[in-house]
Structure formats: structure tokens, C-alpha cells
Write a protein that binds this ligand. Structure first.
Ligand code: HEC
Ligand code: HEC
Length: 352
């Protein structure tokens, strides 16, 4: 069965368009489920609750098209989209660091970025977008960083003029969007399509769910039980992505009011941030919207303490007892959510 699974994963990857999307992997199915060697931590309910989906959801207004995704990948890596022409989307959403930024704050054009760059992995399923949940779709979201003076400090007229000068871009846009060519809408549609193809690869946790009892350690299995039980992590980190996409206050001590800064919010929206998924979590320290927690151990202790000791407000988390070895167990479990086999090749960009 091992060979079958592995061959399946490779087949998915190599049949991906141009092998451009090595992270583009869909579900894993075990042919012989339910298997005979019962694993006390793995019930049929658990398997169902965390099963990967078979397909990536694309909206009907912007369905998947291969040439659009390829174009979107180029734009994502192309610094010509920034005012100074030296920052691309991939500068901050860096595939080498789980599509996030390894430091905080991000050094940028004018001054410092307020928030830590979130990972864009599994973007097809993330809704709403941004730490404060202010963008409903990827199409709308992409306008933000391009025009934000603190991020790429550019504007669409400049970008369109610049891309127009590149013969290959003129040709590719015309063939991907006949009659439309290079415009704000087509740039944003291409970026969104490409980002939807960035899916976390099959991790050891998925192989365990699919029926291999040895894919993860006994320590990680105990960590999973704590994650679902005493740690109450599942209140918010549920399903195969490990998020309910909900807005919550987990008691960080920063001054950023998150959703509470948006117009027309009730008082309880203050300090609420979007719950991130936990796929590939080991690849993108530091953690949280402010990058304030350097490692996973620190994250678990933060929750066990019921939040920062410096704040004085009601939050959405409850403290719990935990021993040193139990912290290690949850960390071991979280590490099983990271797929180490996915590679993403940077595109070759057209010259001027
Ligand atoms: C200078 C760093 C920087 C650059 C460049 C950048 N981003 Fe971001 N990105 C961020 C930060 C910081 C946030 C979070 C902002 C917030 O929540 O207020 C973010 C948020 C996002 C999100 C939301 C993810 C989520 O989970 O909510 C997506 C999607 C995204 N960026 C895509 C892009 C695209 C596409 C580009 C290029 C057009 C881009 N970014 C360029 C720093 C950057
Ligand atoms: C009440 C909802 C809730 C509960 C319960 C919860 N989380 Fe979270 N989690 C969040 C939110 C919201 C964030 C983002 C907070 C922020 O950045 O301000 C987050 C962030 C994280 C991050 C960092 C993700 C990143 O990309 O930076 C990790 C890791 C994490 N949680 C693990 C856990 C674990 C382990 C537990 C159980 C011990 C847990 N969470 C319990 C809502 C929750």
C-alpha cells in the first residue's frame, strides 16, 4: 500500500501543469480503508474530519485556466509590480519560508510593515483574507499590497505601462485574456488563480490518516489527542486546514486592534484576528499577526497561560494545565502537518 500511495502522490505532482505547481497536490486516499491494524488514536470520525479535499475550489467568475495560472505565477515573482521594481509578492510571501516572511517586521520601501506577512498556502480556502479579515476574495485582496505605500508602493497605470513594454507579456496576456490584454482586472485575476494553486503537500499526518500507523510517532499521536482534548485547540483550528476561518482574540499583548480597527464593528471585535490554518506551520516562524512568538513551544505556553499576563481583558481562550513533555507532544504533532517534500521552482521571467 505504501508504494501505491507514494506513486499516487508523485503522479499528482508530475501531472501538474508544466510541473510549475509542485505544491499542487490533492487528496490522498487509502485503497484498503478501514484497515485491520486498529490505531486507538485514529477513529473513522477523525479520519473523516481531517480528510484532504479532492479538488481546489475556483470561483465561477475566475475558473482555473492553465495559461492564466502560469501568467499569475510570473506576476507573483516579478518585481516590476512594485514602485521601485525590487519587491515582488514573493519577497514577503517567500516559498522558501512556507510562503511567509522569516523575520518581523518586513523591511520595505518606506517604513516598517505593521503586521507579519501571513502564509498564502492554501489561499483557495482562506476566507476572509488579511489578519483582520477585511478582504473577501483573492481578487480584491491583490489590489491592497500593490497600491499600499508600505508594501509595493505602486499603481496599476504604472504597472500596466511597464508590462506593456515587455513583448512576451503583451503576447501572453492577449492569449490568456483575448480582447482584454493587460489590465487591472486581468493582472488581479491571474494572481488570484496562481495563488489558488498553492496547496500544502501531503504530510506525514495525511499518510497516517490514510492508514499508515507508523507515519507519525506515538509522541505525535499523544500530541494530537491533547490538541483535540485538553488544549481545546480544535475550538478554532479544525478540519484538514486546521482553521475555522473565524475571528478570535487569543490575548496577545500588542496594541493592534485587528478587526476592531475596521469601520462599523461592535466593541467585541477589538483584538480579534483571523485564525490561520496550521498546515506547513513548522516552516513559518515567527508566529502570530505581530510575529511576537518565536517558536511553537512558545505558542503552546501562551495558550496554556490563557494569554499574555500583561493584558487585562476577556479573551476567547481558557488556560489549561500542561507538563513539559506534553508541550513536546503537541509540538511533535504540529510538526507532522508540514510537508517536507514540496518544491516550488521560481519562474524564468521575460526580460524587457
Ligand atoms: C512588503 C511585504 C509584502 C508584499 C510585497 C506583499 N505582501 Fe501580501 N501580505 C503582507 C502582509 C504584512 C499581509 C497581512 C496584512 C494584514 O493582514 O493587514 C499580507 C497579506 C496577504 C494575503 C492575505 C493572506 C491571508 O491569509 O489572509 C494575501 C493573499 C497576499 N498578501 C498576497 C499578496 C500578493 C498577491 C502580493 C503581490 C501582488 C503581495 N501579497 C505582496 C506582506 C506583503
Ligand atoms: C479561540 C480560538 C483559538 C484557539 C482555542 C486556539 N487558537 Fe491558535 N490561533 C487563533 C488565532 C485567532 C490565531 C492568530 C492570532 C493572531 O495572530 O493575532 C492563532 C494562531 C495560532 C498559531 C500561529 C499561526 C501562524 O501562522 O502564525 C499557532 C501555531 C496556533 N494558533 C496553534 C494553536 C494551538 C496549538 C492551540 C491549542 C493549544 C490553539 N492554537 C488554540 C485561534 C485559536
Amino acid at each position: 500500500m505504501w508504494v501505491v500511495l507514494f506513486a499516487f502522490a508523485v503522479a499528482v505532482i508530475s501531472s501538474a501543469p508544466n510541473s510549475l505547481f509542485a505544491d499542487h497536490a490533492t487528496g490522498v486516499r487509502s485503497p484498503d480503508w478501514p484497515h485491520t491494524h486498529a490505531d486507538p488514536y485514529l477513529t473513522e470520525d477523525v479520519r473523516r474530519a481531517f480528510q484532504r479535499p479532492d479538488d481546489i475550489p475556483f470561483p465561477t467568475e475566475n475558473p482555473y485556466r492553465h495559461d492564466v495560472a502560469v501568467l499569475g505565477k510570473m506576476l507573483f515573482f516579478d518585481p516590476r509590480l512594485s514602485g521601485s521594481q525590487n519587491i515582488s509578492c514573493s519577497t514577503c510571501h517567500n516559498p522558501s519560508f512556507g510562503w511567509a516572511t522569516p523575520v518581523h517586521p518586513v523591511p520595505n520601501e518606506l517604513n516598517e510593515i505593521r503586521r507579519h506577512a501571513p502564509s498564502i498556502v492554501n489561499a483557495a480556502w482562506i476566507q476572509p483574507l488579511f489578519w483582520d479579515g477585511r478582504a473577501p476574495t483573492l481578487e480584491e485582496q491583490a489590489i491592497g499590497p500593490i497600491e499600499d505605500p508600505n508594501e509595493m508602493a505602486s499603481d496599476f497605470n504604472t504597472i500596466i505601462r511597464r508590462l506593456h513594454k515587455v513583448r512576451k507579456y503583451r503576447e501572453w496576456f492577449e492569449s490568456a485574456f483575448p480582447g482584454e490584454g493587460i489590465s487591472k482586472d486581468t493582472i488581479v485575476a491571474a494572481l488570484a488563480t496562481y495563488q489558488r494553486t498553492i496547496v500544502s503537500g501531503i504530510s506525514s499526518f495525511d499518510r497516517w490518516l490514510a492508514g499508515d500507523p507508523h507515519a507519525i510517532s506515538e509522541e505525535a499521536k499523544r500530541g494530537f489527542a491533547l490538541f483535540r482534548g485538553r488544549g481545546q485547540c480544535m475550538e478554532c483550528h479544525e478540519g484538514w486546514l486546521f482553521t475555522n476561518n473565524g475571528m478570535h482574540d487569543i490575548g496577545l499583548s500588542g496594541l493592534d486592534r485587528g478587526q476592531g480597527n475596521l469601520p462599523n464593528q461592535p466593541p467585541e471585535a477589538a483584538f480579534r484576528f483571523k485564525t490561520p490554518g496550521l498546515r506547513n506551520i513548522a516552516m513559518r516562524a515567527p508566529y502570530m499577526h505581530d510575529g511576537s512568538i518565536p517558536d511553537l513551544r512558545g505558542v503552546i505556553l501562551h495558550y496554556a497561560n490563557g494569554g499574555s499576563i500583561w493584558i487585562n481583558r476577556r479573551t476567547d481562550i481558557e488556560p489549561f494545565e500542561i507538563s513539559e513533555s506534553e508541550v513536546n507532544e503537541i509540538v511533535a504533532f504540529l510538526n507532522t502537518l508540514t510537508a517536507t517534500n514540496s518544491v516550488s521552482q521560481a519562474p524564468i521571467l521575460p526580460s524587457n
